[in-house]
Design a protein around this ligand. Structure first.
Ligand code: C2G
Length: 133
């Protein structure tokens, strides 16, 4: 079984996220998602999520492309995760191009094109503008 692993916040899940997960899953037979915890998001990415970790986790687990969701609590857990789960492929959107090449010693590393026109930040901005008329 060819296992794929990827990581992210996945807040306000949108079709750009789903397209990434769909393409990542297509690179193997099993997809693991390292989902950033609320603490990791706040402390390391300075992101305040709209949905909690448990809510974001339940949304991902409802997707046919996702087989397992694990917590992402640190920038430094990827090598041990790849080893522990015997991942063959690590996938991220190309906004991270090159940032995780150190994983090439442990698995394949694939950066996939982002879906350009959508982002959680943009959704929040658009909704804020609509609310304020
Ligand atoms: N993504 C995408 N297209 C978008 C938005 C996001 O392909 N329009 C991809 C990102 O490239 C990433 C994944 O969807 O691979 C999740 O995006 P985020 O939730 O924004 O993840 P991020 O905050 O970049 O966290 O250790 C890695 C980090 O946890 C990644």
């Amino acid at each position: 079984m060819r296992k794929v692993i990827t990581y992210g916040t996945y807040d306000l899940l949108h079709y750009g996220h789903v397209k990434l997960l769909q393409r990542a899953r297509a690179l193997g037979d099993y997809l693991i998602v390292g989902l950033s915890t609320d603490e990791f998001n706040w402390n390391e990415k300075h992101k305040k999520c709209y949905f909690s970790y448990e809510e974001r986790k339940s949304l991902l687990e409802a997707l046919r492309y996702v087989d397992l969701v694990i917590p992402e609590q640190s920038w430094d857990q990827k090598i041990s995760d790849v080893k522990e789960f015997r991942a063959d492929v690590f996938v991220m959107g190309d906004d991270w191009e090159g940032k995780f090449d150190f994983l090439k010693d442990y698995c394949e590393v694939v950066y996939l094109p982002r879906t350009p026109e959508i982002s959680t930040t943009q959704i929040k901005k658009d909704l804020g503008e609509k609310k304020n008329g």
